[in-house]
Design a protein around this ligand. Structure first.
Ligand SMILES: [Zn+2]
Length: 164
């Protein structure tokens, strides 16, 4: 059985209204036959995983010598034809999926309005006052100390760097 066991991983990630899957697949002898990431648009993580499973299965079945077992981590087994696919979190697969998504929103500078140099308003569900020179923000995350450098400060400083 061990000699027929393929290994692999699959993960999905979403950011900025877009989802992506990433994954890899190795033959029983350890040869990497698939390592891929693809942005699949505005779909659920479940749907993104399903797309990834389809892609992985195609590769696995294309390479099979005789009905191989494709064993991908010990959770959530899916059966497709004669291949057994199992999927779970894997750091490399997650990193692959993340690599094809847009950058994190705090650097998108959306909703940051400059009042005067060093003073900004971050427009979210509420408006927050951001003073970059003082390094202070009026949001709860900053005020209650959960994150002393909140996303608003980061975003306002990113805007500052781009403006000037
Ligand atoms: Zn803040």
């Amino acid at each position: 059985m061990r000699s027929h066991t393929w290994t692999g991983a699959l993960a999905a990630h979403a950011r900025g209204g877009s989802a992506a899957f990433g994954g890899w697949l190795r033959t029983p002898s350890g040869v990497l036959v698939w390592r891929s990431a693809e942005r699949v648009g505005d779909v659920t993580l479940r749907q993104a995983v399903d797309r990834g499973v389809s892609a992985l299965l195609r590769v696995g079945l294309a390479h099979r010598a005789s009905a191989p077992q494709v064993a991908i981590w010990p959770e959530m087994p899916l059966r497709s034809g004669k291949a057994l696919i199992q999927q779970a979190e894997d750091a490399e697969a997650v990193a692959l999926a993340e690599s094809v998504l847009p950058p994190p929103p705090e650097f998108a500078a959306a909703g940051i309005e400059m009042i005067e140099p060093g003073h900004y308003i971050a427009h979210e569900s509420k408006d927050y006052q951001v003073w970059t020179r003082l390094g202070v923000c009026s949001c709860p995350a900053f005020t209650f100390g959960a994150t002393r450098t909140c996303n608003h400060l980061k975003a306002a400083r990113a805007v500052e760097r781009h403006v000037g």
